[in-house]
Design a protein around this ligand. Structure first.
Ligand SMILES: NC(=O)c1ccc[n+]([C@@H]2O[C@H](COP(=O)([O-])OP(=O)(O)OC[C@H]3O[C@@H](n4cnc5c(N)ncnc54)[C@H](O)[C@@H]3O)[C@@H](O)[C@H]2O)c1
Length: 255
């Protein structure tokens, strides 16, 4: 790749969470194909190892580590271990997440299920950002990309924990972006509409039909289509866009 190709990840170390499946897997594979050493993190270690195998078989570089992003101590220990091993993390693509309760009115959701969704999708995202920012500040370089959702902008009925976690993330990147704006660090979110991945297995066909009906392009998105936006936002090329939420919504997003 030429030196002026700012989408290249040559000589970069990139963490991808949720790398065992769906969007995270597609992002890990694309970012590795563009030259990064990818650190694949997931609760599902065997799945992350399978992603590593796919990357290395294609000639790329990747390693896998197990991580429960909803455990703050585990997040801190994992990031410290990675920084110790690789010296620098240039970018984070944070795709770990769950759908949480679906087809349930908010008053019928028990708090344990509500809190679990927030703890994984929102708190986990905050904790891994907090763990990485000090070294990114030291290096005066960093790219952070969090997977939010169109649900965080518009709200899907029956999914109040998920909607809350994703709109929280959109607000989080807006403010943090301003804290690090002069430090060579950008932090953005990506808001997909419904994408063809296993996360939607828990969503009823009725809700899926509702979600697709709101998409002007009229179909599910593919993980590879989201991975392209993640790879851009995680690259050097994304140097003047921060605090932003990129839509990958087939035209659904109206703001
Ligand atoms: N697929 C969609 O329609 C869609 C739409 C909008 C946003 N998103 C978001 O994109 C991200 C990726 O979703 P996906 O569709 O690829 O889902 P997926 O279920 O295919 O992948 C999610 C991955 O996150 C991992 N994970 C779950 N809990 C974890 C934890 N506690 N610690 C570490 N890893 C954990 C899972 O093991 C899995 O590998 C999620 O944040 C999701 O909310 C997805």
């Amino acid at each position: 790749m030429s030196e002026i190709d700012l989408t290249s990840f040559a000589s970069q170390n990139v963490i991808v969470t949720g790398a065992a499946s769906g969007i995270g897997k597609a992002a890990a594979e694309l970012i590795a194909a563009r030259g990064a050493q990818v650190i694949c993190l997931d609760l599902n270690l065997a799945g992350a190892q399978a992603t590593v195998k796919a990357i290395t078989s294609a000639g790329g570089r990747a390693i896998a580590k197990g991580l429960d992003i909803s455990n703050q101590d585990a997040v801190n220990a994992c990031v410290a271990e990675i920084l110790n091993e690789f010296g620098q993390v240039h970018a984070l693509a944070n795709s770990a997440g769950i759908a949480g309760p679906t087809s349930t009115n908010t008053e019928d959701i028990n708090w344990e299920d509500f809190a679990k969704t927030l703890q994984i999708n929102l708190f986990g995202s905050i904790w891994i950002t907090q763990a990485l920012l000090p070294s990114m500040r030291q290096n005066k370089y960093g790219r952070i990309v969090h997977l939010a959702s169109i649900a965080g902008k518009e709200g899907n009925p029956g999914m109040s924990p998920y909607n809350t976690s994703k709109s929280g993330l959109i607000g989080y990147v807006k403010g943090v972006a301003k804290e690090v704006a002069t430090q060579g660090i950008t932090i953005n979110a990506v808001a997909p509409a419904v994408i063809r991945t296993p996360i939607n297995e828990t969503v009823t066909p009725e809700i899926q039909k509702y979600m697709v009906s709101r998409i002007p392009i009229g179909r599910l998105g593919e993980p590879s289509e989201v991975a392209e936006i993640i790879a851009f936002a995680a690259s050097k090329a994304c140097s003047f866009t921060t605090g932003f939420t990129f839509d990958v919504s087939g035209g659904r997003a109206t703001y």
